[in-house]
Write a protein that binds this ligand. Structure first.
Ligand code: CTP
Ligand code: CA
Length: 224
């Protein structure tokens, strides 16, 4: 049991966790989405609850059940997630951005279903950039609040993966960045994860591999 010996080291703390993947509507029946299952974010919520924290879980289309004792806020799109996490983050002790946020959303949401007869053999979609929620939280910077980002990368080479993580860390301005490799088979749907955590200066402060629950414990150790 991962919480043995530190069962209450987050007692009285408020931890906000975003989990899952956002979906950006295209028309009334379709969306642009990603393959995030929400398992790592839910494991973080379970582990934080087990250590005594009060947990607000911002749930974006989770494929797994949310813990019953978390305060769950359901969101669909990146803009909804931004509103919910910005609200919940006020006064929180830690914010963990585990959700996979859509980088772009359709420029216009059609009121009616897109029909093949109207579009022909090719369909061009215009997308516009979503705000960087994590960078916005970092810029708003609440004193004493620990802000954790994730970085999902497909880069196979370990050194280049680390370099990507350091660049991303510099761009985000969070306290810790959890770097993990994703791909067709790695990361998303799996019950296991392999992470490298960077601090603000890009130094490695934790390397862990194992179940998403054990990885969650290591991430919470940094917060605690
Ligand atoms: N994130 C965010 N808002 C966005 C996109 C990402 O807050 N619009 C957060 C994610 O929740 C994650 C971190 O930023 O904690 C990194 O997400 P990632 O997709 O790896 O990085 P991006 O900055 O979007 O860069 P890219 O996808 O181009 O690698
Ligand atoms: Ca992204």
């Amino acid at each position: 049991d991962l919480s043995v010996g530190r069962r209450s080291d987050l007692a009285g703390k408020h931890v906000v966790i975003t989990a899952g993947g956002t979906r950006e509507p295209l028309d009334p029946v379709r969306f642009l989405g990603n393959r995030s299952s929400g398992k790592q974010g839910v494991a973080l919520a379970q582990a934080a609850l087990a250590r005594g924290a009060r947990v607000t879980l911002i749930s974006a289309n989770l494929e797994v059940a949310a813990p019953a004792s978390a305060d769950v806020r359901l969101v669909g799109t990146a803009l909804e997630l931004q509103a919910a996490v910005t609200d919940a983050a006020a006064g929180a002790d830690a914010v963990i951005m585990a959700a996979a946020v859509a980088d772009y959303r359709p420029a216009a949401v059609r009121a009616d279903k897109i029909k093949k007869d109207d579009t022909g053999d090719t369909l061009l979609l215009e997308l516009i950039r979503n705000p960087d929620i994590l960078a916005g939280l970092a810029a708003a910077g609440q004193p004493g609040q620990v802000l954790i980002g994730f970085a999902a990368e497909t880069e196979p080479d370990a050194d280049r993966l680390l370099a990507l993580g350091r660049t991303k860390m510099a761009r985000k301005g969070c306290d810790f960045l959890v770097l993990n490799r994703v791909g067709w088979t790695e990361g998303f749907a799996s019950d296991r994860n392999e992470i490298t955590v960077l601090d603000r200066s890009g130094d490695i402060v934790c390397e862990a591999s194992g179940t998403k629950m054990s990885v969650a414990g290591r991430i919470l150790d940094l917060i605690a």
